[in-house]
Design a protein around this ligand. Structure first.
Ligand SMILES: O=C(O)[C@H](O)COP(=O)(O)O
Length: 344
């Protein structure tokens, strides 16, 4: 696969030698070498006259200038003869993550729309989640507008092996858009857009927000509280039912996120227990009865493959060192192989 990538990019790779090792790069001067002071440390092998030359020196691969984004997203760009069949495989990864433990999860309080931070354990869960998805391609991230989901997305993404920088896009006003513009295409390519959307916020828990869950059970009874928490269409007092939450969250998913998947982008969504339950209900075509038993743990990423208009659930991801990761799909296995070769 590395052969395929370099065949595509050979004329356009930018390389940065490390100081005194520059001499060993001279043989590649026909290939648009340029000194750039940042990038990823890699051992780069280049294909020239039909065979690989190992540079031996530590090179910094900055990016490919070609229109292909194959060095950072090889899944969609593999095109040598051996991999021609890949052209016909059009699939995207969708990762869903419920945020890590929040301060109010720890205190067993109804949280809903209240904007509380992760706990230390929540931070660790987000980092662990990031390790689990570190071999899965991610092109764009969606989070709710609440800090616990944003923290989870950022902490998870900094674990990714491709080392791209997640950047929150501020689109709340024209000025916000203008003032947060990135003026380098190269920097842009090394970043991942993070879109925040209130539609992905946790279901609004109304008059339960801030109440202790056990004390609420003691006061209103187990059955009533369970109905508020898990029924599909019965809202908690002055709050949103799952159905109401689903109307905004699933509409947003269908209108904004699904088109990204359709266009071949790999997407991560960091959100909340009930918001994600409503999205999973849509993806897995669960009935309003089935969704009542769906529970999501904090900080556990779930993988779906979007292919030919269908969502295929692949379950929760195992740790990055476990061989099972290879079993997800052929494209994902190739992506991991690429990461192994490029980001050892
Ligand atoms: O808002 C909350 O309190 C939690 O995120 C979800 O709570 P639940 O499990 O009671 O729905």
């Amino acid at each position: 696969m590395a052969t395929a990538m370099f065949q595509q990019c050979i004329g356009t790779i930018q390389l940065n030698s490390c100081g005194d090792e520059w001499g060993s790069c001279k043989k590649f001067r026909n290939y648009s070498l340029r000194f750039i002071s940042r990038g990823f440390a890699l051992d780069v092998r280049l294909l020239t006259k039909g065979s690989f030359i190992s540079s031996r020196s530590k090179l910094h691969l900055v990016h490919a200038l070609s229109s292909h984004s194959s060095l950072v997203d090889p899944v969609s760009s593999i095109s040598d003869g051996a991999n021609d069949h890949q052209k016909n495989i059009s699939e995207s990864a969708l990762i869903l993550i419920r945020h890590g433990e929040s301060l109010w999860n720890e205190m067993n309080l109804f949280t809903g729309s209240i904007d509380v931070s992760l706990t230390k354990k929540g931070v660790e869960e987000a980092i662990e989640a990031g390790k689990r998805i570190s071999n899965i391609p991610v092109d764009i991230i969606y989070t709710s507008s609440l800090i616990r989901a944003k923290m989870t997305a950022m902490l998870a993404m900094i674990q990714h092996r491709h080392k791209k920088v997640p950047i929150i896009r501020h689109t709340e006003s024209d000025q916000a858009k203008e003032w947060t513009r990135v003026f380098s295409e190269e920097t842009e390519r090394q970043s991942i857009p993070v879109i925040t959307a209130w539609q992905l916020n946790e279901r609004m828990y109304g008059e339960l927000q801030g109440l202790h869950k056990q004390e609420t059970i003691d006061r209103y009874g187990k059955e009533k509280v369970h109905e508020w928490r898990r029924s599909y269409d019965i809202p908690p007092p002055k709050g949103e039912s799952l159905e109401m939450c689903s109307q905004r969250a699933v509409s947003y998913f269908r209108e904004q996120i699904e088109p990204q998947l359709q266009s071949g982008k790999h997407v991560m969504v960091a959100a909340h227990g009930n918001c994600l339950r409503s999205i999973i209900m849509y993806l897995d075509k669960l009935t309003s009865l089935e969704v009542t038993t769906l529970e999501l743990s904090t900080g556990v990423p779930l993988l779906y493959i979007y292919k030919e208009g269908k969502f295929i659930r692949r379950g929760s991801l195992v740790g990055p060192t476990e061989a099972g990761v290879y079993a997800y799909t052929e494209s994902l296995a190739l992506y991991r192989q690429y990461l192994d070769e490029m980001f050892q």
